[in-house]
Design a protein around this ligand. Structure first.
Ligand SMILES: [Zn+2]
Length: 398
């Protein structure tokens, strides 16, 4: 299944981040008005443009090489695909059309939510406009030509709507007979997007897919089984859906997957180490790098890293974005050493130097996966990025 690969480093760079940033107060206020339909999209865009200029400067000031637009134009991290692709209809869906075993859906049920905004595929899926290409062009206009290769685009995962609504309520069965047909067309759309971003100069794409970590959560596994589903078959289907998006990419394009257990205003939804999914994911998923949440015990220990193939890199999300606590350089270094220990403890033979070369460090998730942001300040996020850069310089001497 996997393409022949070589280890991709730079990007990812030694000190990374997951892409979303705290919205400045001016944008935050405008977004509040926009959500209440008291501000137009065009009016909001002016504030987004300014916020993106600011966040580019903040990333440069912090010394990170990777630059994103901070997801300033998005309300939620996965926006940009299902709201733009032809064949998807946006609508409020009653809660019974959401799968209760999905960790963040459990919260909807627990809170007595009656319905939520989502999508239904009622026609053949076709990419008729770029998902993130216009955003990329704007970001590109803000940096020097030699910095374009440092820009990172984050995008939602192909299985995001499917995990909520399942194979029975994601698409019209007269349009697609099964998941394979649905994900095949979605894969074509993603590959068109990837090709266009590449042509514009993009060399670093991160697909955000918290769903994979949901498969680390025993409560979800039990819930799926109770619903008559085979969790392993579902995980395989989502790996396949991702591979349809990344296959055939140019060798000098780094494509990775970010996985975490949820990140909404400082909250998480799932728990459990990577051991349940590591062998399958590290080997079968056709990506160059894994951006792995690792800030607390909810992600388990580093043991699963012993399965990481030598051709793939892992970005350890050691620094939390869920609160203002600032990890020390020594704490971060200790954890990197523990990760190297784990990588050298398995059947894959590698030196400590080779293991270290497969690693980078980052924040565990974004600072604002939703526009409201996590309970931290703009100063906190700058300090956290600077701390990652400082640590990376000491460890890798690059
Ligand atoms: Zn995340």
């Amino acid at each position: 299944m996997s393409s022949p690969q070589t280890l991709h480093i730079r990007p990812p760079f030694r000190a990374e981040h997951i892409g979303s940033f705290f919205r400045p107060a001016t944008l935050y206020q405008k977004r509040e008005l926009f959500e209440k339909k008291e501000c137009s999209r065009e009016e909001l865009r002016k504030y987004e443009d300014e916020a993106i200029k600011e966040i580019v400067q903040l990333q440069k000031k912090a010394g990170v090489k990777t630059i994103t637009d901070g997801e300033m134009r998005r309300g939620l991290f996965f926006e940009g695909i299902f709201d733009k692709i032809q064949g998807m209809k946006a609508l409020m869906r009653p809660v019974h059309e959401y799968k209760e075993y999905i960790p963040h859906v459990r919260v909807m049920y627990a809170n007595g939510v009656k319905s939520g905004p989502s999508f239904f595929c009622d026609g053949k899926l076709k990419r008729t406009v770029g998902f993130y290409t216009e955003d990329f062009k704007y970001l590109k206009s803000l940096v020097e030509p030699e910095e374009v290769k440092h820009l990172k685009v984050t995008m939602g995962a192909p299985n995001w709507i499917h995990q909520r609504h399942g194979c029975d309520q994601t698409y019209d069965l007269s349009v697609y007979k099964n998941d394979e047909e649905y994900f095949t067309d979605l894969g074509i759309a993603y590959r068109e997007e990837v090709a266009e971003l590449y042509a514009l100069g993009c060399r670093h794409i991160q697909i955000d897919n918290p769903t994979f970590c949901y498969f680390c959560d025993e409560t979800m596994i039990a819930g799926m089984k109770k619903a008559g589903l085979d969790p392993e078959a579902q995980l395989d289907a989502y790996i396949h859906a991702m591979n349809l998006c990344t296959q055939g990419r140019p060798v000098d394009l780094t494509m990775g997957v970010h996985m975490c257990r949820g990140n909404y205003r400082g909250m998480h939804y799932a728990e459990g180490g990577y051991d349940r999914i590591a062998v399958k994911l590290f080997n079968d998923l056709d990506v160059d790098t894994f951006y792995l949440e690792y800030d607390t015990e909810r992600a388990g220990d580093f043991a699963a890293l012993k399965h990481l193939p030598p051709t793939k890199s892992a970005v350890l999300g050691l620094m939390t974005t869920k609160n203002a606590n600032l990890e020390t350089v020594e704490e971060l270094k200790t954890r990197i050493t523990q990760a190297v220990d784990a990588m050298c403890s398995g059947e894959i033979k590698r030196t400590r130097e080779e293991a270290l070369n497969q690693l980078c460090i980052s924040t565990q998730c974004g600072f604002a996966s939703a526009w409201q942001g996590n309970p931290i300040t703009e100063e906190d996020q700058l300090k956290k990025l600077q701390r990652l850069v400082e640590t990376a310089q000491q460890v890798w001497k690059e």
